[in-house]
Write a protein that binds this ligand. Structure first.
Ligand code: SF4
Length: 385
């Protein structure tokens, strides 16, 4: 559901989440910086209002069955059609199998949802991406116009940047959309365009530059920009140049763990020396995130890319009722609360519950800026300090 399973916080702030109190990292070996490699760290989620370990059945006031949960992040899949064919995309990639319909979301689905969210009076981040490229969606502007009008919603999306024309950049600044996350893999066109099939790094970078310049021309802080590079084998020597290229313009730059198609693992399950094994804690995504497909189906989390755990459809029932009362979501939360996920098809092979545990931080001077970096099982996140 997420592009390379990368999530972005649309709220702003340099996304540098703290170590989750309930999720200590345990290591087989004392970690030193040089032991932190792309193999043992990787993609992570960029924060939210609460650090992931702060949300759990123990700290919500409603317990694992839910009753009064409001997701702080909704991933709304307005389209699952994509203009690229990234080789390792978990949905459109060479070895991926699409097992659900493809197309665009009918506008009445998101209109109903936004009407419901507008009544909540609770902060909520709406991310209008999913298994497709949001800039292909013909009703994107109308959706963003409606969303930015709701005071407690922050809205953003992730894009591959290929279709980010000057008109779209101007529209994003006009509307003061909160965030845009670019998925760009490295700084060398040959390798980028190899992994991101049908893409042109040169064209994408010129689009990003236009948006950066447009923000500067209009003296606008928004949209806040984030950049994500997947740590593909063979391109990690580009990390330093990638961070230097984008950090001056970014809220954060992320180097996310490469996971083969279908893999939800973030560390070496064989427990080899040097691997970082977080202590289990209930998955925060069950309590803070929701995903809604192009057809209005509510899924488990952003890892549920094929809607294997359908919880209900928002055309048939109020979203919040599904989120709080769906038997399948309650069963998943209950199992996580009991710390036994062995019977959960999607979770038992997933490490995302521990993806945010920060096991290393540092900071250094970079081109006149102080740049902090934290590493977790799911990635390295760089931000200006
Ligand atoms: S542990 Fe389960 S709920 Fe959490 S991200 Fe993985 S599949 Fe989703």
């Amino acid at each position: 559901m997420c592009d390379e399973n990368f999530h972005v916080n649309a709220k702003g702030n340099p996304e540098m989440p703290g170590t989750s109190p309930g999720q200590d990292a345990t290591t087989k070996d004392q970690l030193s910086p040089e032991k932190i490699t792309p193999q043992i760290i990787g993609n992570g989620e960029m924060g939210g209002n609460l650090s992931p370990g702060e949300i759990s059945p123990e700290t919500t006031n409603n317990g694992p069955m839910g009753d009064n949960l409001f997701p702080e992040e909704i991933i709304l899949e307005i389209t699952n059609i994509c203009n690229l064919r990234c080789r390792f995309c978990h949905f459109h990639g060479e070895s991926a199998t699409i097992r659900r319909p493809t197309g665009h979301m009918a506008p009445h689905i998101w209109k109903g949802l936004l009407d419901e969210i507008a009544r909540w009076n609770r902060p909520c981040t709406l991310l209008t991406h999913g298994a497709g490229e949001p800039l292909l969606y013909p009703h994107l502007k109308s959706l963003l116009e409606r969303a930015v009008d709701i005071p407690h919603i922050t809205v953003g999306f992730m894009t591959n940047g290929m279709l980010m024309t000057p008109d779209i950049s101007r529209m994003l600044v006009d509307l003061q959309v909160h965030s845009v996350a670019f998925s760009i893999d490295g700084v060398i066109p040959e390798t980028h365009d190899h992994f991101r099939k049908n893409a042109s790094l040169d064209r994408i970078e010129s689009h990003v530059r236009f948006l950066i310049d447009e923000k500067a021309r209009r003296n606008s802080m928004l949209p806040g920009l984030t950049f994500n590079m997947v740590a593909y084998p063979g391109i990690m020597d580009q990390e330093e140049a990638y961070v230097r290229r984008w950090i001056p313009h970014a809220r954060s730059v992320m180097i996310s763990k490469f996971r083969p198609v279908g893999s939800r693992m973030l560390w070496d399950p064989s427990d080899s020396p040097g691997s970082v094994i977080p202590r289990f804690a209930p998955c925060p995504l069950l309590y803070r995130q929701s995903v809604i497909s192009i057809e209005g189906d509510v899924g488990l989390c952003c890892e549920d890319i094929n809607l294997d755990v359908p919880a209900g459809n928002i055309l048939e029932k109020e979203f919040l009722l599904i989120y709080n009362r769906s038997p399948v979501l309650c069963a998943y939360r209950r199992a996580h609360g009991q710390r036994d996920i062995s019977s959960l098809d999607l979770c038992r092979d997933c490490h995302v519950w521990g993806g945010h545990v920060v096991f290393h931080r540092n900071e250094r001077e970079m081109d006149g800026m102080t740049v902090g970096c934290h590493a977790s099982p799911s990635g390295r996140v760089y931000g200006k300090i």
